[in-house]
Every structure is written in structure tokens, then in C-alpha cells.
Design a protein around this ligand. Structure first.
Ligand SMILES: C[S@@+](CC[C@H](N)C(=O)[O-])C[C@H]1O[C@@H](n2cnc3c(N)ncnc32)[C@H](O)[C@@H]1O
Length: 348
């Protein structure tokens, strides 16, 4: 489908592609965490009847904080752990099947079944991340961002992939946002520009600049032109960590960008936005924002990819709220978009 203003306005979905959102990333990796936890950490036997916070789990099992933030929601989702008042505990299911003291113990089957042998490399990658927190691919091929900068083919394929996902999410997001009273938006790490195209269609008074790295810019420019948005959307090459926004934008939009970075860098980016927004300007963050307990599987599957190949992860909603508050943003609020993705707003 050629994306035009007209068919953006008429776009309708008959089916829900949620299961495809996870699949692009790591659909079947979720079970491998269980195997690693049982085999490498004797996780359930050592957990037994305790009630532990995430910090307590990190300390007790000597697992790094970032992987813990990724696998705990998976274990809760799969019914191996439950959580109340931020304390995790074994479910009846785990007590029945995953404690070696139980007559119905099942864990030898889990860890010695063939998938462990077939997927040996995956097993070892997960094991290494739990203990070291180093993204797996960083040493061999360069991390994905180095790859994006150095390899034009990779940058193109990746941007195309995000464009397909973006069509669905942008279509949902644009109906949850009101930018009527704003003048100029910067779409930071805007990739193919798909979100900007939707936002421009619904808010034609807004002028938009997309800020991207130089290897992505030619493709973004081409798509913006083909899609008929050149008069409203401009594409700039620059680095979001040191770009001078000059207080020119009253909306800073980050879609699926913060999850690529560690918490220190997330704070740096948001602080930079705060300092560069005019009074009453807003930051709009579209991303996967996890809940402590209820998350769609497709989001948790994506989270594994982030853990494996970036220094980031999906942050919990409360973590982003805390960072925004700490920086000085006001009127912080969240709106659900789809499949665990949501919009978080903050005003200067
Ligand atoms: C995960 S993608 C998200 C793309 C798009 N916003 C979306 O929601 O699908 C992150 C984007 O950030 C861009 N990016 C990474 N580092 C950047 C930097 N330092 N400055 C500007 N853009 C950057 C990448 O090229 C990539 O397109």
C-alpha cells in the first residue's frame, strides 16, 4: 500500500497483529530463561518460601539488575512467580513442579530436554547476560547502533522493518494524542518517519522535523517525499545526544527510542529535552512501558531482544514517571496505545 494522507485517514484493521509484534524479536526465547534459571541458579529451590523484592533477587542470585527487570515479568506472566507489594514469591504451580522436594518434580525434564542442546548458543547467551549484563552481539559484530551507522544495508532493512510495525502503532497512537495547540515537533530517532506522517495528517498545522543518524536520513527523505509529506516534514541529520534544538520545538517526540539506552542515557536525553523545550512545551514518549504484573506476552518477547542486543530494555511505567519528575516535568500522564505500548507526556 502506498501511504498517502488519504489512506492514512481511511486505514482500518480487521485483525489484531499483536502476535506478530512479538515474533519479529524473540517469541520462543522466553522459555529459555526458565531453563537457565533452573540449571545455572537453582532458582526455585533457593527461592522456596521467601518473598523477595527485585533488589533482593538480584542480590541473592547474583544476577544483574537489567536482566532481572526483563525476566521477572516473564516469570509472572507465565505463572511461575507472583508479585504483590513489589515482593515476588513462588506460585502453587512452581511449588508443585519446580521444587526438588516435590514428588511431582518436573525440572530435570525441562533442563535436559533436547531444546537445550539444539539451542545451546541461545542458552549460553542468556546465561552470559544474566551474569555480565553485556549485550551479546556487541563484541562480535558491533552493537546494533554501530551496525546502523556503518552498514547502510542493515540501516535500510531495519528501518523498513520498523516502518511496518509503525504503520499499526502509529494508526493507534495518533487517535490518543492531541497536538492541536502546538506549532513545531521534533521526532527524535524518527526512522522512516511513519509516526510523523500520521501525526502530520491528523495535525496539519504542526511543522515536523525528523532527527536521525546520517545512514538513515536518505531513506527517510525518500519515503517522506514518496508519501507526499515534503512540505510539512523535514529530515535532519544529527546526534540526539548533542543536537542543539535551540528551543525551537514545543514538542519533543520519542517513539521506541528510550528503550535502546541504559537508564543513565535515558535521563540524559530527557534532561536535554527539558532544557531545550520552551515553557509549556511537552515531551511525548511512545514506548513499551511495563506494568509490574500485567504485560502482554508480545511486549515481554520484544524486551528480550532489547536485553540481548542493546544496553536498554522496556522500562516500567513508574521508572519513566520518576525520571520525568526528577528532571522537573509537570502534568505527567500516561495513555495506553496498544499491546503494552503507551504514551507518556510531561510538560515543562
Ligand atoms: C528503535 S528505533 C525507533 C524508530 C521509530 N521512532 C519507531 O518508533 O519505530 C530507534 C531509532 O533511533 C535512531 N537513533 C539511534 N541513535 C541516534 C542518535 N544518536 N541520534 C539520532 N537518532 C538516533 C536509530 O537510527 C533508529 O532509527
Amino acid at each position: 500500500m502506498k501511504l498517502t494522507k488519504q489512506n492514512i485517514l481511511n486505514l482500518e484493521y480487521k485483525n489484531n497483529p499483536d502476535k506478530l509484534l512479538g515474533m519479529g524479536c524473540a517469541t520462543y526465547y522466553t522459555d529459555m530463561f526458565l531453563k537457565v534459571l533452573i540449571k545455572e541458579f537453582d532458582f526455585f529451590n533457593r527461592f522456596k518460601n521467601s518473598k523477595l523484592t527485585k533488589e533482593g533477587i538480584v542480590k541473592k542470585f547474583k544476577i544483574k539488575d537489567r536482566p532481572a527487570n526483563v525476566f521477572l515479568p516473564i516469570l509472572v506472566k507465565k505463572g511461575f512467580l507472583d508479585v504483590k507489594d513489589n515482593k515476588y514469591f513462588l506460585t502453587d504451580f512452581s511449588k508443585e513442579f519446580l521444587l526438588s522436594s516435590s514428588k511431582k518434580y518436573f525440572a530435570d525434564f525441562i533442563i535436559h530436554a533436547t531444546s537445550y542442546i539444539i539451542e545451546n548458543q541461545l542458552y549460553n547467551n542468556i546465561k552470559s547476560i544474566m551474569k555480565s549484563d553485556k549485550p551479546v552481539y556487541s563484541t562480535k559484530n558491533g552493537d546494533w547502533i554501530k551496525n546502523m551507522k556503518a552498514n547502510k544495508d542493515f540501516a535500510q532493512t531495519f528501518t523498513r522493518a520498523l516502518d511496518e510495525r509503525g504503520l499499526f502503532l502509529a494508526n493507534s497512537l495518533v487517535k490518543k494524542i492531541n497536538l492541536k495547540n502546538y506549532k513545531r515537533m521534533v521526532d527524535i530517532g524518527g526512522s522512516s518517519g511513519i509516526y510523523s506522517c500520521f501525526i502530520s495528517t491528523y495535525f496539519p498545522n504542526l511543522n515536523i522535523d525528523i532527527l536521525e543518524i546520517s545512514s538513515v536520513v536518505p531513506q527517510t527523505k525518500k519515503l517522506i517525499k514518496e508519501r507526499g509529506f515534503s512540505n510539512k516534514i523535514n529530515v535532519i541529520s544529527g546526534d540526539m545526544f548533542n543536537y542543539n534544538y535551540n528551543q525551537e520545538y514545543d514538542v519533543h517526540f520519542y517513539s521506541n527510542v528510550l528503550h535502546d539506552w541504559n537508564k543513565k542515557d535515558v535521563k540524559k536525553l530527557l534532561k536535554r529535552s527539558y532544557n531545550n523545550l520552551p515553557k509549556n512545551g511537552i515531551v511525548v514518549i511512545h514506548d513499551g512501558h511495563k506494568d509490574i504484573k500485567n504485560n502482554p506476552m508480545s511486549l515481554l518477547e520484544n524486551d528480550i531482544s532489547l536485553l540481548m542486543i542493546t544496553p536498554g530494555r522496556y522500562y516500567f511505567e513508574h521508572e519513566i514517571f520518576d525520571i520525568l519528575k526528577e528532571i522537573g516535568f509537570k502534568a505527567i500522564k500516561k495513555k495506553e496505545v496498544f499491546s503494552g505500548r503507551s504514551l507518556i507526556f510531561g510538560k515543562k
